[in-house]
Design a protein around this ligand. Structure first.
Ligand SMILES: *Cc1c(COP(=O)(O)O)cnc(C)c1O
Length: 351
């Protein structure tokens, strides 16, 4: 056998389709329908390729400095990674381990979490959601385990967790166990936990440039947390790859951060299109979970998620469904531009 025992046990993640054959309206991986900040284009035009001869800054110093100013933290409270998936993976490695009990996360959540558990051999307990798909933090306080990881808003439901519930969890959770909040979609309307970092040294907030910043192709994510947690993440990174974030990504990330007005405008537009699209679906008799993200989770009685998915795909529109109880009936639809969502509505009416 050519493979290790470890390798044979791996359970890998299935990313949303990125078809290369024909042109689809892609509403399946929560990418931003708007281009990244136009400032990035001018920075790239002026880029001196000689800089690529040298290795990038392994500390991502300038980018971390910019992020720290933006979030009112110190530079040593910021860690940068090759996408937030990598940041999450490092968090799993650094903070969670079965010797301290099982890791807790919601039963319906980002499907990469069980994959990291398999990779790092961490036992987990998938905690059921309430019937309305909200998270009951009380269950996490009861079970404790070796740590907690929650997306806020949760994925793929899109439902936000109020900050007071998160504060309740942190107040009642052991200080020597880490709580990770994955805020991939927080800019679209959920309450951020960043303001709680000074109070809870066991809180880590994971963010990405992929969704609200429209830079999924760049692969840039970051963690905001106490210096103690951030320094552990650096140790993990430097045990794996000293240079996961390349020179261009660091530079483009810095540029994106200096165009807040642009990002505020496109985020506002996406939220407004989400509200109109959700209302239109409700009018057509669909159920829509209340979303604080750039996607909605919706169902129509009589149709399975897979049926909705394939009907839309035939018409050149890609969405995502999950062949998993209790969300088999649902599809997750990314919010695109206004005209994109009008096309979806028109197609749905013709089912
Ligand atoms: C998209 C997504 C991420 C991954 O973001 P990258 O920075 O592109 O790796 C992380 N968590 C959740 C919940 C996501 O939906």
């Amino acid at each position: 056998m050519m493979f290790s025992e470890r390798m044979k046990r791996l359970l890998s993640y299935t990313p949303g389709e990125q078809p290369q054959d024909r042109k689809y309206l892609k509403l399946n991986t929560n990418e931003n329908p708007y281009p990244p900040s136009p400032l990035i284009k001018s920075v790239l035009d002026r880029f001196d390729i000689e800089r690529l001869r040298l290795y990038p800054d392994p500390q991502c110093g300038r980018l971390r400095e910019k992020l720290s100013l933006r979030y009112g933290l110190s530079k040593n409270q910021v860690f940068v990674a090759n996408g937030s998936d990598e940041a999450l993976s490092f968090c799993f490695y650094a903070f969670f381990g079965s010797e301290k009990g099982k890791l807790l996360f919601p039963q319906i959540t980002y499907s990469f979490f069980p994959v990291y558990c398999s990779f790092y051999n961490i036992a987990y307990d998938a905690v059921p959601l309430n019937d309305d798909f909200t998270i009951d933090v009380g269950k996490y306080v009861e079970k404790i385990g070796c740590g907690v990881i929650l997306p806020n808003p949760n994925a793929p439901t899109g439902i936000g967790l109020p900050l007071e519930k998160l504060a309740y969890l942190l107040d009642n959770y052991p200080k020597e166990r880490v709580v990770v909040i994955d805020e991939a979609y927080v800019d679209f309307g959920a309450e951020s936990a960043v303001g709680l970092i000074h109070k809870y040294p066991n809180l880590a907030v994971v963010r990405t440039f992929s969704k609200s910043m429209g830079l999924a192709g760049l692969r840039l994510g970051f963690v905001l947390a106490s210096e103690t947690l951030v320094s552990a993440l650096f140790t993990v990174k430097d045990s794996f790859n000293s240079y996961p974030v390349d020179t261009l990504s660091q530079m483009i990330g810095e540029t994106a951060l200096s165009d807040e007005a642009y990002y505020r405008a496109i985020t506002k537009e996406i939220i407004s299109v989400r509200k109109d699209f959700s209302a239109a679906l409700l009018d057509l008799g669909w159920s829509v979970l209340p979303s604080s993200s750039n996607f909605i989770f919706t169902r129509k009685s009589g149709l399975s998620g897979e049926e909705i998915y394939s009907n839309l795909k035939k018409q050149g529109i890609l969405v995502r469904y999950f062949d998993l109880e209790p969300i088999k009936q649902f599809v997750r639809i990314t919010i695109g531009k206004k005209e994109d969502m009008q096309r979806v509505l028109k197609t749905i009416k013709e089912f």
